[in-house]
Design a protein around this ligand. Structure first.
Ligand SMILES: Nc1nc2c(ncn2[C@@H]2O[C@H](COP(=O)(O)OP(=O)(O)O)[C@@H](O)[C@H]2O)c(=O)[nH]1
Ligand SMILES: Nc1ncnc2c1ncn2[C@@H]1O[C@H](COP(=O)(O)OP(=O)(O)O)[C@@H](O)[C@H]1O
Length: 206
């Protein structure tokens, strides 16, 4: 079996720029593989089943919960979202670095299951800017935007439980920070692996 890859988790209040940052990162770094979540929310304009999400009915989601098919799942803004075990295990075992874009509740569940996971939280520079980004994105109704802003303060209160925090003010700076965290974790992991290999060799363990 190939060596398992690194696991990164990125969380943020809605509108902070998480999806845009992860998309830009993936264009620069082909070794980061996303995991496609299941959700009970309806698809937005351009979204495709199996690409952004697997869109599931409440009954389908219930069945997956009952079958213990999720690594983590949570209620977010009144809908359910979850990472399936299948989506994660195959990619990690194949040696890919996997990046999960999930909410803080899911991130903390992942840390329980995988203590070596690296948790990254993305903050907006201000409340005004967060609201402006949600409004300018033009994807959500005013009621949905208000709900997301209301939930943002509870989400942001969790920032201390994360390993790293990025403030997404200037996009290019935030992207640089995200790349740096991922690069540093890869180096650390590679160093640990080679130290282990040296020890194994000196002990004649193959
Ligand atoms: N726990 C958990 N949260 C998820 C998952 N997939 C997406 N989310 C989170 O659900 C929230 C809503 O996502 P979405 O409806 O796509 O809207 P967005 O916040 O504008 O990107 C975001 O905080 C996502 O990170 C998942 O598999 N598990
Ligand atoms: N640094 C930034 N400066 C200005 N606008 C940004 C920045 N980062 C993202 N945006 C814009 O803000 C909106 C929300 O970003 P998005 O990536 O959809 O957020 P999230 O996935 O966190 O909900 C989008 O319209 C995006 O283009």
């Amino acid at each position: 079996m190939q060596h398992p890859g690194n696991l990164f988790v990125v969380a943020a209040p809605s509108g902070a720029g998480k999806s845009s940052l992860v998309k830009a990162l993936r264009e620069l770094d082909a070794h980061v593989s996303p995991s496609v979540s299941h959700t009970t929310r309806a698809p937005r304009g351009q979204e495709k089943h199996g690409r952004e999400y697997f869109f599931a009915s409440e009954q389908e989601f219930d069945a997956m919960v009952a079958n213990n098919a999720f690594v983590e799942w949570a209620n977010v803004h009144g809908k359910r979202y979850g990472t399936s075990k299948r989506a994660l295990a195959d990619r990690l075992a194949g040696g890919a670095d996997v990046l999960l874009e999930i909410d803080y509740q899911g991130a903390l569940q992942v840390k329980q299951a995988f203590p070596e996971a690296v948790l990254i939280f993305i903050l907006p520079p201000s409340w005004e800017e967060l609201r402006a980004r949600l409004e300018n994105r033009g994807e959500d109704s005013p009621e949905v935007i208000e709900l997301r802003l209301k939930n943002a303060s509870e989400e942001m209160a969790q920032v201390g439980k994360f390993d790293f925090v990025i403030i997404n003010e200037l996009f290019e700076t935030a992207l640089f920070d995200l790349k740096a965290i991922i690069h540093a974790q890869r180096l650390k992991y590679a160093a640990q692996r080679s130290a282990r290999a040296d020890t194994f060799a000196s002990l004649n363990i193959t």
